[in-house]
Design a binder for this molecule. Sequence first.
Ligand code: TNX
Length: 570
Amino acid sequence: MSTTPSPGPTAVPVPLSTAEPDAATLARAALAAEEPDAATLARAAEQTAGTLLAPAAPHRLTDVVPAPQQVQPDPTADWALPAEAVIVSSADPAALAVAEQLAQLLRPATGYPLPVTDATTPEPASGIALVLDDSADLGAEGYHVDIATDGVRITAATAAGLFYGVQTLRQLLPAAIESPSPATERWALPGGAITDAPRFPYRGAMLDVARHFFAVEDVLRVVDHLARYKLNHLHLHLTDDQGWRIAVDSWPKLTTVGGTTEVGGGPGGHYTKADYQRIVSYAAARHITVVPEIDLPGHTNSVLVAYPELAPDKIAPPPYTGIEVGFSYVDPADERTYDFVADVLGEVAALTPGPWLHIGGDEAFKVNGEVYTGFVERVQRIVADLGKTVVGWHQLAPAAHLDGRVLQWWGTNGEDPTTVDAVRRGARLIVSPGNHAYLDMKYAPDTPIGHDWAGLIDVRKAYDWDPGTHVADVPAEAVLGVEAPLWTESVTSLADIELLLLPRLPAIAELGWSTRASHDWAGFRDRLAAQGPRWTTAGITFYRAPEIPWRTAPTIPTQRNMPQTDTATP
Ligand code: TNX
């Protein structure tokens, strides 16, 4: 084995840090302990020596995806996390929860205990302070990170802001922080300050769990990927021709019959209510809102297999495991259909704390004109009566406006007068251009999975567009945000999902979060390059897009693999 362990902090000749010698550190550490003993003094001395001999932090303060709003590096203030660091948070339970999440992120690779405490006025004190402060003008999701010689302070008005500050901090640490087991590393952070807040309030990704079903654990892992890049919505496409994936007590055969199929003839599956709630609460803990989609009136073959009385001809069709679209629909002329819709949406709404209910509406090719708009208007009303806000694909546009209505635009050319008209009537837009944001499109002709009906989408194509101006004649104020949908006709495993998601998801995330002024392909490409080693270290699959100058993953000497390295060397 030719593994070369990266040298530990004391094994390399290191340049002197540019930091001023800090004689006060020793005294402060001694004073901080109630009864300064020899061990405390020795640790503090070791720490001071470490600071003086430390190499600069390996990452620049600007090495963050999505690009932060304001970055003020201070090379004299690099700081390394010491083994005895404490995470101290404002006493608010949601802030403390973020502090505990930070500890859980850092403990595996560092092997440090990182106890979490609370305080009225949290101070870094050679550790990390999370400070809830609503006087800071940072908005609902903004944050401030300050890395100085006495530690790190993250300030935000909300727990969401603190959570995003934590995601930024994570990217500023060496890539080995992603290691699931202790790594020998100096956990250095670049000094300076970041002040950051998102451009759009809605930043999302969609996972189609209908064409192929994915286990709860897989969905949770997708949630983790969203959280890393400060996305705040997970749209779950829960129903389609090939399978119904969410338990509905009042219409049980939707899952017991309609849930047992998927593309290609596999066994399908569905989420129990408890499964769905587990996804919702795991996402909520990461400040991500789940947007459930029940696709109506088309994309409903699985419904008709289970309940033929909802079919226009009242005859059960055979289960569908192909990948065509547009052939199925629930009968818009039968009152029973509206009972079905109200029951299903009622049960899904009751499980969903977020404000949105997505009603699909796409590709109902056999339901036209007034029949289609009449159906949509009734369903929109059902959603409003449940106290939720309607989201639907932009095919909903011709239907009457309803307060708050959101259209998800998935066109491939930014001219769309029907959608523009709906926006004039008050609709807001989530933009998901098929030829930029569809994560099921192939990167290149040889991508082993995916589609190409909207073209190939390499990383640059995913990055080089502007959600604020993309749809002609839609003003930026009407744009709620951006979403990257992943349809799964050709996607059968978590590794497939990750291959299509990464590295394009961070590109879309940056469009949703970062200012337009910071948009810069060359800069993005370099910052993205630093994510590769993180994914590798964390065991996450990604596509090694040839246009990205990927940095190499660290070789991580751990207690587990060090002896192997020694003995296996020929
Ligand atoms: C179009 S985009 C669809 C989906 C397919 C997808 C495949 C949209 C609202 N509908 O039914 O899965 O293309 O790329």
